[in-house]
Design a protein around this ligand. Structure first.
Ligand code: UT7
Length: 317
């Protein structure tokens, strides 16, 4: 398959580190030094499904298609206001498409899982044009009095349209069940019959553990894909990595012995937008005129699970 359109939508509310200093025991200096984040965009009056629908409209228009041409929608999402129906189902109605839809949850790696599923769908001949989204509001999972997590996240929605073609050169997905270092358990409605103890509360994250696992697993996925395709690290124009922390991106750059010009980033302006981050970055690159036909880009993400996803694309647009 190949990517033929991209789109993105950020919430309007910009929250700077200085704004967080007003109610948290934190500092602009700490946040910038440990994460590279200067500000993030947070949902305030918006609904995630509306943002996702707007990103979808942009991607479809960019692909020179209409919603009627889309024959499958896959939306990567961890949390939103609805448990059911799926976000992709709501997006379908909002944009006026008619196809089957499904959401996937592979945490921050989800957008790459969704792309891989779209590739399968297209290869099997069951779909021609697939709309793939990463739409996330991780700021609704954290405790806003916990400085170790709430400063890290931002919200957003990114979308691509993919179709039959020769753009995706390789992909790799991995999952290792390691559920205790990053999780969020939400409260379910009680029934008269529940006798077990149930825990719920805001997101728990062992930051140091996740940091280490993220660098090692992303570096491994990147090496595997480069080897598989016979490419050298410098043959890739851009490494579009999950935007969790600038230090993670810098560690991967150093592992590959490449300078930071290969690593576009938005974590400084958007925070960690979970599985939307790679999709947002792709649209920023494409609309910013940074991608030319024939460029090779490598996507790599990691997240709760522990999951990882990576893919190499040749830009064909
Ligand atoms: O997409 C989901 C995947 N998640 C990630 O990729 C996150 C990966 N992990 C990280 O990015 C980093 O581990 C963090 C940014 C979360 C934390 O950075 P760190 O360098 O690993 O710091 P730390 O957790 O070891 O904490 C160092 C100190 C602690 O104080 P003490 O115990 O040394 O006195 C923390 O309490 O920094 C303190 N601290 C803060 N101080 C000021 C933690 N958060 C803050 C804060 N402001 N916001």
């Amino acid at each position: 398959m190949k990517i033929i359109g991209t789109g993105r939508m950020h919430p309007s509310k910009v929250v700077t580190n200085q704004m967080l200093e007003q109610f948290l025991d934190t500092s602009d200096e700490w946040i910038k030094e440990r994460t590279g984040i200067a500000e993030r965009r947070l949902i305030s009056s918006e609904h995630l499904e509306d943002m996702a629908a707007e990103a979808a409209r942009q991607a479809i228009e960019d692909a020179n298609l209409t919603p009627a041409d889309i024959d499958y929608i896959i939306c990567s999402n961890v949390v939103n206001e609805y448990i059911t129906p799926s976000l992709s189902c709501i997006i379908q109605g909002a944009i006026g498409a008619k196809c089957a839809c499904v959401d996937v949850n592979a945490a921050c790696s989800g957008f790459i899982y969704a792309l891989d599923m779209a590739d399968d769908r297209i290869r099997s001949g069951k779909a021609k044009n697939v709309l793939v989204l990463g739409a996330e509001e991780p700021t609704r999972m954290v405790d806003w009095s916990d400085r170790s997590t709430c400063v890290l996240f931002g919200d957003g929605a990114g979308a691509v349209v993919v179709t039959e073609g020769e753009g995706m050169l390789a992909s790799r997905l991995t999952t290792v069940s390691k559920t205790d270092c990053l999780y969020y358990k939400r409260r379910l409605e009680p029934t008269p019959y529940i006798t077990k103890e149930e825990e719920f509360g805001p997101m728990y994250m062992n930051g140091r553990e996740v940091f280490k696992t993220a660098v090692l697993s992303s570096a491994r996925d990147i090496s595997t894909l480069l080897k598989q395709t016979g490419l050298q690290p410098s043959d890739i124009k851009y490494y579009v990595l999950h935007q969790a922390n600038m230090r993670i991106i810098e560690a991967i750059a150093s592992y590959l012995k490449l300078d930071m010009s290969y690593f576009p980033h938005n974590v400084d302006r958007c925070g960690n937008t979970s599985s939307a981050s790679v999709a947002l970055m792709l649209d920023e690159l494409s609309r910013g005129g940074k991608l030319e036909k024939g460029d090779k880009i490598l996507l790599s993400a990691f997240g709760a699970g522990f999951t990882t996803g990576a893919a190499i694309f040749e830009w064909t647009k």
